[in-house]
Write a protein that binds this ligand. Structure first.
Ligand SMILES: *Cc1c(COP(=O)(O)O)cnc(C)c1O
Length: 388
């Protein structure tokens, strides 16, 4: 290796896509003490920390009830089970999302109906939803509900989507796995629709040290059903099984970790806002930067660009990588085109936007501990690669 080549290797920064260690360093002593305490107490299943966390999360969102659970995916399934969704029922989901949104519909034997998304927000298109409801009715399906997704952290257009759902007698469950801490208009994430589902997977805005999730609702009856579904469909007590349920509890240790993380979460959301604003400012003249709908606050789970048509995404990602800037593609294939999901119906007006976004989106490093200097290097790199 020549000296010049050696020098170049040394100069490439090591930028993580998401830096969970930076957060860990900030509160490691408190989290470690909370974990050890939970271990010493020995109440591993549904210990006092679980209830305490649920109270804090309900307060944080303003929702009446919080039911913690084993993962975001399980939380989505729990609502479908509580609502008795099954074969012959149609549930509308966006074609451009993480697979779990549609997967749970298939679990209960219902039909996942794919709806297109909007180009600017990446979220469910109200006009496409309206068309899909008509299509499903004409096909003899029984439409029961809608699962809008708050993709990359921005709430979907709930006022528009909920109005359409209400007019058609459908419930709305928000898949807010990526948007916990976000807001739209006068409501926080957790307050939209009949129920809101979120995830505490480590890389989500509020993550634990394993799998975890939570549901939010103002509906007393649904909250009670969800408590039952969470523990094997229990009735009056554990060995009284009045319905089909699952084992979907959040571990006490994870609740203890989340209690500590929730304390710094508001400051992390502010930091994410600042990172997004810096990216927007540095990149808006060269590429399509993410846009928020009016009144929306994003939790910025991802910072996602739409590349111009003449830019080859693989080349762009490779050039960024060479310069030490990691990127990621969420999601490269619309669900409607995934092998396991091709049998499910697609709205008659098509999912052209989902298909186009799957080809052109790319996400940049985003986390609350991204330093301004590092970010400026990322911005400079992206600009150079685009201009090359
Ligand atoms: C992460 C995610 C889920 C699933 O959450 P898990 O906790 O990983 O099961 C569901 N929907 C969306 C949109 C997600 O991003």
């Amino acid at each position: 290796m020549t000296n010049a080549a050696q020098k170049e290797t040394v100069d490439i920064p090591n930028i993580p896509f998401i830096d969970l260690q930076a957060q860990r360093e900030r509160i490691a002593d408190k989290v470690d003490a909370a974990v050890l305490n939970a271990v010493h107490e020995g109440k591993y299943i549904m210990g006092p920390q679980v209830k305490e966390l649920e109270q804090q999360l309900a307060e944080f969102t303003g929702a009446k009830h919080c039911i913690s659970c084993s993962s975001g995916t399980d939380s989505l399934a729990m609502v479908l089970m509580a609502k008795g969704v099954g074969p012959g029922d149609a549930v509308f989901v966006p074609a451009f999302t993480f697979v779990a949104t549609a997967e749970v519909v298939a679990w209960v034997g219902a039909t996942a109906y794919f709806v297109d998304v909007l180009e600017d927000s990446f979220n469910m298109d109200p006009a496409s939803l309206e068309q899909a409801i008509k299509d499903a009715q004409e096909a003899g399906e029984n439409p029961v509900g809608v699962i809008p997704v708050d993709l990359f952290g921005q709430p979907a257009d709930y006022p528009a989507l909920c109005a359409i759902a209400e007019a058609n007698n459908l419930w709305v469950m928000a898949d807010s796995a990526q948007s916990f801490g976000g807001r739209l208009g006068d409501k926080n994430v957790g307050q939209w629709g009949l129920a809101t589902s979120t995830s505490f997977f480590p890389a989500k805005p509020l993550g634990c040290y394993g799998d975890g999730g939570a549901l939010f609702t103002d509906d007393d009856e649904l909250a009670e059903l969800l408590q039952s579904v969470r523990v094997h469909g229990k009735g009056g007590y554990k060995y009284d099984n009045v319905r089909i349920g699952m084992n979907a509890r959040l571990d006490t240790v994870q609740a203890a970790i989340l209690i500590e993380k929730l304390k710094i979460f508001p400051s992390e959301l502010d930091a994410r806002d600042a990172v997004a604003a810096r990216y927007n400012e540095g990149l808006k003249d060269v590429v399509n930067v993410p846009e928020l709908i009016e009144g929306a606050r994003s939790a910025w789970a991802q910072y996602t660009l739409v590349l111009p048509e003449n830019v080859d995404r693989d080349d762009f990602a490779a050039s960024c990588k060479t310069a030490g800037v990691p990127t990621a593609v969420y999601y490269p294939i619309p669900l409607s085109q995934q092998t396991g999901y091709k049998k499910f119906p697609v709205v008659s007006s098509g999912t052209a936007v989902s298909e186009s976004l799957a080809q052109s989106v790319i996400s940049l490093p985003m986390h609350p501990y991204l330093e301004a200097g590092t970010q400026d290097y990322i911005i400079e790199t992206v600009r150079k690669v685009l201009e090359a």
